[in-house]
Design a protein around this ligand. Structure first.
Ligand code: GDP
Ligand code: MG
Length: 345
């Protein structure tokens, strides 16, 4: 199912300096957006490639444990399979559950690689299951999406990817709101993306009130009959009370224009941030009434298993996954496709 189907189918202050520095390795706004025309490639094309390293741990590492004839499923083998599972960042409890399933099914027997992989794949599919993965759409008028998360998690880049998808692949009219007013570079970064992708952007002054920018962005979306308004926010930690209150204020001002806005509050989580990243995000989601997760930076590491603890620890569906730094590097999250990309050769 294309995202098109999913989308249509549904009815300064106390800002901690350290938390708002650009992420290490983050390109300057100007270098993040090379001069080539916006990319278009569809919503699942990059998934297999992004999950290549994780898939290699699951397939190659586990395969290497077996001979052509199969192998006796003993404690040594169980320990080594468990080790490969842990490498994917899936977490100790889920990996233990899989190990116990294998033990129950095959212990003391000679097993083939395929038998083991079938059990592992089925468990992955079960653990990633979710409902309501599609983007929530306004019944009428613009759909308002607010994007939140800790600094450097990939919020602005994910917004560019969403804007690119909505505008270039779905033909929708998009307005961006640059409500990360804390850093001048943040507004500049989003502006460059907006120009490159060819969508409208509403900006405020650096250091200005983010709620006012958010309001104006939604206002512009209403006035121009746009289909979707995506509002960027500054990175923050759940412990920064005033900044968390600021998010509440941003939400509140939007409702003056569209009573049920924001329709989505997407929490961006960096897939490479490990358990610490997950617990930060957890506090966040409890404080801001998020509606879905964007899991960024799945590419380049072997940590694709992190979807499992995220699915298990959040009462929120994963809606999109980020798989690179370019605007086309986004997939809709679909558990079945995700598991196929991990296990199918
Ligand atoms: P923000 O502070 O949450 O807005 O984060 P940014 O969107 O500015 O991203 C921080 C850094 O992560 C930048 O260098 C991005 O290019 C990079 N980044 C964001 N998403 C991805 C992704 O899916 N894959 C990779 N490899 N890098 C990403
Ligand atoms: Mg940003």
């Amino acid at each position: 199912m294309s995202l098109f189907g999913r989308f249509r189918g549904k009815g300064k202050d106390e800002q901690a300096g350290a938390a708002d520095e650009p992420a290490a390795g983050a390109p300057e706004a100007s270098s993040a957006t090379p001069a080539a025309p916006p990319e278009k490639k569809g919503l699942f094309a990059g998934l297999r490639n992004a999950l290549r390293k994780t898939a290699s741990v699951l397939r190659t590492d586990i395969r290497d444990l077996f001979g052509a004839e199969g192998r006796l499923l003993d404690d040594d083998l169980l320990r080594d399979v468990f080790g490969a599972l842990i490498k994917t960042d899936m977490g100790v409890a889920p990996a233990t559950e899989i190990r116990e399933s294998l033990k129950k099914e095959f212990r003391g027997r000679k097993v083939k690689l395929e038998d083991v992989m079938q059990v592992v794949k089925a468990k992955f599919a079960e653990m990633m299951q979710q409902e309501h993965g599609e983007l929530i759409r306004a019944e009428s008028g613009p759909t308002v999406v607010m994007v939140v998360g800790v600094n450097g998690s990939g919020k602005t880049t994910s917004i560019a990817k969403l804007a690119n998808h909505f505008h270039h692949e779905l033909g929708l009219r998009v307005v961006l709101g640059a409500a990360d007013t804390f850093r001048a570079a943040a507004v500049e970064q989003l502006t460059i993306w907006a120009e490159r992708i060819g969508v409208d952007i509403v900006k405020g002054q650096q250091g200005g009130d983010p709620a006012s920018v958010a309001y104006k962005a939604v206002e512009r979306a209403v006035e121009t009959n746009a289909d979707i308004c995506i509002v960027d926010t500054a990175g923050r930690l759940q412990s920064q009370v005033n900044l968390m209150n600021q998010l509440t204020k941003i939400r509140r001002v939007m409702t003056k224009l569209i009573p049920d806005a924001p329709h989505e509050v997407l929490l961006v989580i960096d897939a490479t941030a490990g358990q610490n990243g997950i617990s930060q995000a957890k506090g966040f989601s409890e404080a801001v009434q998020c509606t879905g997760i964007v899991l960024s930076k799945l590419d380049g590491s072997a940590k694709g298993g992190v979807v499992i603890p995220i699915r298990q620890q959040f009462d929120l569906p994963v809606k999109f996954v980020g798989e690179g730094e370019k605007e086309a590097d986004l997939s809709a999250f679909d558990p079945a496709r995700f598991v196929d990309a991990l296990f199918d050769e």
